[in-house]
Design a protein around this ligand. Structure first.
Ligand code: ADP
Ligand code: MG
Length: 626
């Protein structure tokens, strides 16, 4: 029997490992199963190239919990190690990796990816075990070896009587880690980290009903079968041509078993130059809570789960998608900020962006109707992308849609065409009218439609930002919400309406109104409109409202303003009979009632009348009826 001291200068490395990687103890299992997988894949390769003259068979990895013995066994049928190899790979190499790791990352060892990368993989076993044993027999015709280490740098290495090819790792679970002896805990970990690893992983047995006998004689019997917990050939490892729509959908269910809603569509990523990347991204039906939605894309490295935080790798706007990305080229040993500056990672992000825009374009051209039917579920991602990724913005022009309030969809080109004739302002700019809420802005929408104007429904929370951008890129366009400013003023008409009131009367009326109406909030504007148009109308200057929306969405404290005040225009139609009435009512009290009533009605149609004021309004209305 050989004993020795592991080649390491740190007196006792294990407490350090434990301490630094405290939050990530659970990854020991991933590391050991990765090693078992590597060993099996290596053997398959050696068999394929004729280097190993053994029967490859149908190897699997077996994970077993021994409750009484407080042990976990991880056994593979891979290429195994000779005693010499244990000496070399476990005692020397692995520990030099550990040392390097500790030197460099004492302070920042949070990223779970670090471990595998530095060859500390095997030693992560000591995060949960007080003693670790290796029983291993190489595929080469050499005696088996038995290595034991109790967490101090001392180890023993002796011959073993193991006869099967492969390696068995035995973890003697430490007192503070007994949670890992729980079957559910291990099952959860296997499902989190190993669900798509390329070699079958067995965890216990399960019962299965099979038919025995034939015809009349046939009967159901219960048998025990291996409980294989992974799918070694997940959809993303296949070629897109091998997969049907149903395969993508069922893979989605495999990834998100708790998700009942089917995805809208998928994008298969598959590139091997200048970097390696495979994966499938899904556009899910978005929930209202976008924050909840994030971090659902899972990152794998050669089918080993790494993280579901893909920030920095996937462009921000696509983090709302779901699915899988698998790449051996994403450096896992570095901080997120470094990742964002990494050239290869940048290329990956722009590749993904391009794939997504290409896919959207294809969907739009191939089946526009279907694309339109999904619009409400995808628009926010697209809007976000247009705002944050210039490359995506460029491409989105081809498929970004502008629905009107009646559910008709326009591309930008179609929209321009549709409004060129009717909706231009004095300077010849196109005026795009839009509503954000069909109910709240109902009366304004109605009025605009009556005039034959096209009214878009742009109702996402970030639309103001996008509109701002569209305007700055399309100098001949201006977006105006139907209840903003006064659209009749803005849009160039061929006929001007004559005012029914004389200039003198107008001055008088204005004075009366400004006496009663709080002018700090409302700017009174007299307009000659169609006599049937509403007598009082409240509008909010487009600019003002948009700035407010943007700062509310977190555009920061724009222009150093704190909370912006509420400012509205009160547009009074001088051609409506009511204007005349107010002007000629002699009774001052009655006049005030009329004005207040009209103002409140206008506020009501803008959803601005609430609480105490609403109560007062209702009361006043009943009084007026008598
Ligand atoms: P890495 O996997 O990054 O090489 P590890 O610390 O996980 O680092 O493993 C160190 C080495 O030990 C491996 O490279 C491999 O040579 C050997 N090894 C570990 N586990 C096994 C195993 N189950 N079968 C064969 N060799 C193994
Ligand atoms: Mg490893």
């Amino acid at each position: 029997m050989a004993t020795g001291k592991i080649n390491v200068s740190v007196e006792n490395i294990f407490p350090l490992i434990k301490k630094f990687l405290y939050s990530d103890h659970e990854i020991f299992l991933r590391e050991l199963i990765s090693n078992a997988t590597d060993a099996t894949v290596k053997l398959r390769h050696l068999c394929n190239i004729g280097e190993a003259k053994v029967e490859y068979g149908n190897p699997m990895i077996d994970v077993k919990i021994d409750q009484e013995g407080k042990k976990i066994h991880i056994t593979d049928q891979g290429l195994g190690m000779t005693a010499e190899e244990v000496e070399k790979y476990i005692n020397q190499v692995a520990f030099s990796g550990a040392e390097e790791f500790l030197d460099k990352y004492k302070d920042s060892a949070k990223d779970a990816g670090i471990i595998g990368h530095f060859g500390l993989g095997f030693y992560s076993a000591f995060m949960v075990a007080e003693k670790v044993e290796i029983f291993t027999k190489s595929y080469k015709d050499e005696p088996a070896a038995h290595w034991v280490c109790d967490g101090s740098p001392e180890f023993t290495l002796e011959a073993s009587d193991r006869t099967e090819r492969g390696t068995e790792i035995v973890l003697h679970i430490a007192e503070d880690s007994v949670e890992f002896l729980d079957e559910h805990r291990i099952a959860d970990l296997l499902s989190k980290y190993n669900k798509f690893m390329p070699i079958p992983i067995k965890f216990g047995n399960r019962k299965e009903i099979i038919k025995e006998g034939e015809g009349e004689e046939a009967k159901d019997i219960e048998v025990e079968v291996d409980n294989i917990i992974n799918n070694p050939n997940p959809a993303w490892t296949k070629q897109p041509t091998e997969l049907k729509d149903e395969d993508y959908k069922s893979f989605y269910r495999e990834l998100y078993p708790m998700q009942f809603e089917a995805p809208l569509f998928n994008i298969h990523l598959n590139v091997d130059y200048p970097f390696n990347l495979t994966g499938i991204l899904y556009f899910p039906k978005l929930s209202q809570d976008l924050q909840l939605q994030k971090d659902k894309i899972q990152l794998y490295q050669n089918q080993v789960y790494v993280t579901d935080n893909v920030e920095g790798i996937v462009p921000e706007f696509l983090t709302m998608l779901k699915g899988v990305i698998d790449s051996p080229d994403i450096p896992l040993n570095v901080s997120r900020s470094y990742l964002q500056a990494d050239g290869a990672v940048k290329k990956i992000a722009s590749y993904i962006t391009r794939k997504v825009s290409d896919k959207l374009k294809t969907l739009f051209t191939e089946n526009r109707e279907d694309f339109e039917s999904k619009w409400n579920d995808i628009k926010i991602v697209l809007e976000y992308g247009m705002l944050s990724e210039p490359k995506f913005y460029e491409k989105a022009g081809d498929f970004f849609l502008y629905p009107n309030v009646d559910g008709k969809y326009f591309t930008m080109t179609e929209l321009k065409e549709a409004i060129t004739e009717k909706q231009t302002d004095k300077d010849g700019k196109l005026v795009v009218l839009y509503a954000q809420n069909k109910d709240a802005q109902h009366s304004y929408i109605d009025a605009a439609k009556e005039k034959g104007y096209e009214v878009l429904l742009l109702d996402s929370p970030i639309i103001s930002h996008l509109i701002q951008k569209l305007e700055s890129d399309n100098e001949n366009m201006t977006f105006v919400r139907v209840d903003s400013d006064h659209i009749e003023n803005l849009i160039n008409k061929n006929t001007t309406i004559v005012s029914a009131l004389s200039d003198e009367d107008k001055t008088k009326l204005k004075a009366v109104l400004e006496d009663i109406i709080p002018t700090s909030t409302y700017t009174v504007q007299l307009e000659a409109m169609d006599s049937k148009a509403m007598p009082f109308m409240i509008t909010q200057p487009e600019f003002m409202r948009r700035m407010k929306e943007m700062s509310a969405m977190g555009g920061g404290n724009m222009f150093g303003m704190g909370k912006m005040p509420d400012m509205y225009n009160l547009v009074v139609n001088t051609n409506n009979e009511l204007a005349n009435n107010i002007l000629h009512t002699e009774d001052k009290v009655k006049q005030e009632h009329l004005v207040k009533q009209a103002l409140d009605l206008a506020r009501l149609s803008q959803n601005l009348l609430k609480g105490e004021e609403l109560t007062a309004f209702v009361k006043r209305s009943f009084e007026l009826m008598n």
